[in-house]
Design a protein around this ligand. Structure first.
Ligand code: ADP
Ligand code: MG
Length: 393
């Protein structure tokens, strides 16, 4: 398997990472922080290998065993995540015209933001995109441009957007004014998907352009959260890079594909319960984690292979925007982030259960192409087949 080389170290282990799986579920365990180390560690997890996590369930109880495509242990590096999580396959698929999503799920403080964008403030400070501390997002940008350079037969147009969903309101992180007037999510008949009306999108010709989008959005997120007296654990962020590819043959464009990759930093998974016990207004309590709860329902429905019922994408802003990659046009990478300590064990088990459910999803991805282009392409293939046949006559 692809992640096999992790087995030889203490950085993690894998079971099988199949090219047919349309949802890859990996787990990342963060290291103990200084405070936890000061308290004597008290780690509650073991890693027997083969993508397994074993949780100590307390005295007299059988340990719980979970298994995933890959488990990244505390010593895993940011580079390991990019090399072995399967994200490179998602990026290749985005370039080929699929809708892809990578999301981090887990309780507050479990390492979601670290995994996606590195230590606090790194991106906001404008640290060079080539600095080694960068997380999955910047490393993916670098890889994306590598993939594009390797395909001189095509012309690419990249467009990026960056939004936040807070209390079911969509805020454009590239246009801070939108915090006062949240944006609307609408259905597009033409592309058969949901989109955010008036969302700022930036043409990105170079790596630095993508990086600037990330930097600007992260800065605005920090400022906005401060102004709303909220912290980032309550909101979701979604950075989307759309990849349009015009395939050329003999100097003329023959076909366009429309792929995309979403990077999603979810609200803390503990929020669902916390809001129920806090003095929030009903609307806030209902809305603050609606997206997180509905994502869970969608995953549960999608993973129930036998009696798959109605999938409630329309019930939250986040699931509307992720529908085309979850629903079968695309490929998803879920990174479940967990803390290693006993104190966090019950949240850790919740996260591991959620991740196990997600692993069962089966979809069949398809390329997004203009209808006219798809027709032309199929006619071209027919002509080529006929020509080949003629040559044999
Ligand atoms: P979350 O976004 O899930 O709330 P963070 O990513 O902010 O969690 O992580 C909480 C703290 O732990 C941060 O200070 C972060 O830098 C640190 N941290 C998380 N994961 C790691 C890791 N793999 N290595 C080093 N520090 C980490
Ligand atoms: Mg965070």
């Amino acid at each position: 398997s692809r992640a096999g080389s992790l087995d030889r170290s203490t950085r993690g282990s894998s079971s099988q990472l199949s090219d047919e799986d349309n949802i890859n579920v990996v787990v990342r365990v963060r290291p103990l922080n200084n405070k936890e180390r000061g308290l004597g560690g008290r780690e509650a997890l073991q890693f027997p290998g083969k993508g397994q996590v074993v949780c100590d369930a307390g005295p007299g109880q059988k340990p719980k065993v979970f298994s995933y495509n890959v488990v990244f242990e505390p010593a895993a590096t940011q580079e390991d995540i990019v090399e072995y999580s399967g994200i490179k396959r998602l990026l290749e698929m985005a370039v080929e015209g699929f809708s892809c999503t990578a999301f981090c799920y887990g309780q507050t403080g479990s390492g979601k933001t670290h995994t996606l964008t590195g230590p606090p403030g790194l991106v906001e400070k404008g640290t060079s995109p080539h600095a080694p501390e960068h997380g999955l997002v910047v490393r993916s940008f670098v890889h994306l441009f590598r993939l594009i350079r390797d395909r001189p037969d095509s012309h690419f147009i990249l467009k990026a957007s960056f939004l936040e969903i807070y209390n079911e309101k969509v805020i454009d992180l590239l246009n801070p004014g939108s915090a006062r007037k949240p944006l609307q999510v609408r259905w597009s008949k033409e592309s058969r998907s949901f989109y955010v009306e008036n969302l700022f999108t930036v043409d990105c010709e170079e790596l630095d352009d993508l990086f600037a989008v990330l930097e600007e959005g992260m800065r605005n997120r920090a400022v906005g959260a401060h102004a709303m007296n909220a912290n980032s654990s309550r909101s979701h962020t979604l950075l989307c890079v759309r990849v349009r590819r015009d395939l050329r043959a003999d100097g003329s464009v023959t076909c366009s594909t429309h792929g995309k990759i979403n990077f999603v930093d979810l609200a803390g998974s503990e929020m669902t319960k916390k809001t129920q016990s806090s003095g929030k207004t009903l609307e806030e309590a209902n809305n603050i984690n609606r997206s997180l709860m509905v994502l869970g329902y969608c995953i549960a429905q999608l993973s129930d292979g036998k009696k798959r019922g109605h999938i409630p994408y329309r019930d939250s802003k986040l699931t509307k925007l992720l529908a085309d990659s979850l629903a079968g046009n695309g490929v998803t990478l879920m990174i479940a982030c967990i803390a290693p300590t006993k104190a966090n064990l019950s949240e850790t088990i919740n996260t591991l259960r959620y991740a196990s459910r997600a692993k069962k999803i089966k979809t069949k991805p398809i390329v997004k192409m203009d209808a006219r282009d798809a027709l032309i392409l199929s006619l071209k293939r027919e002509v080529e087949a006929l020509q080949a046949e003629n040559q044999h006559l």
